[in-house]
Design a protein around this ligand. Sequence first.
Ligand code: TMP
Ligand code: ASP
Length: 235
Amino acid sequence: MTKQDLLYEGKAKKVWTTDDANQVIVEYKDDATAFDGTKKGTITGKGEINCAVSTILFQYLESYQVKTHFIQRLSAREMLTKKVEIIGIEAVMRNVATGSLVKRLAFPEAQVLEYPVYETYLKNDALGDPLINEHHAYALHLAKPEELRAIFRLTGKINAILRSFFDRRGMTLVDFKLEFGRFQGEIILADEISPDTCRIWDQKSNKKLDKDRFRFDLGGVEKAYQEVYERVTAR
Ligand code: TMP
Ligand code: ASP
């Protein structure tokens, strides 16, 4: 598999074309951004950790028949994936109230949600990734009803699978963001699943082990990512 041209550069990843028109190489960067790209920095070792953690979680989900864009890990910070057409929606599932849910609806911070909360956001930094409902998604021609239903169903299934995965490793999966894409007529999981896109707390202490340490300058960012990596890889 040869890496060809830079197809796209995002905030945390680069995407390269390959000699196969249906496959791309995703390269994970150490660059970190928050608040729609307004806060910028570097988290040393993040690219490798996010590539490793995403690899493990994609493989784990595949073992439960969740289709993902993952094909194989190529190097420390590169993976080969299916070339999907990304749907411009961020699907968020929340098990514990924090972040924008607390800001918007005044849930008590860290309240465990009896009913997990599913939300969709428009993937648009210039607009600040606003919350949208299904009707906005149709009006914007982002996805068809059956596609949104598939995204909802898959996000719920992924939550059930990953919650217990993290639970068994002493961590709480507080919330996470997923992106999906179209590939050969199907909706499949794309993007990444990592401490950049999930909130993960230590089960005993509720210590934050994710990008919130960077967002809110809590210190120990690299150490927290390393901790997630070690616990995810430990059996
Ligand atoms: P929020 O509480 O800021 O809405 O974030 C919910 C979850 O989604 C949290 O795990 C962080 C993740 N997220 C992203 O990965 N990218 C984003 O652009 C946003 C807004 C949230
Ligand atoms: N808005 C996201 C965050 O706050 C990511 C980003 O904008 O870079 O984490």
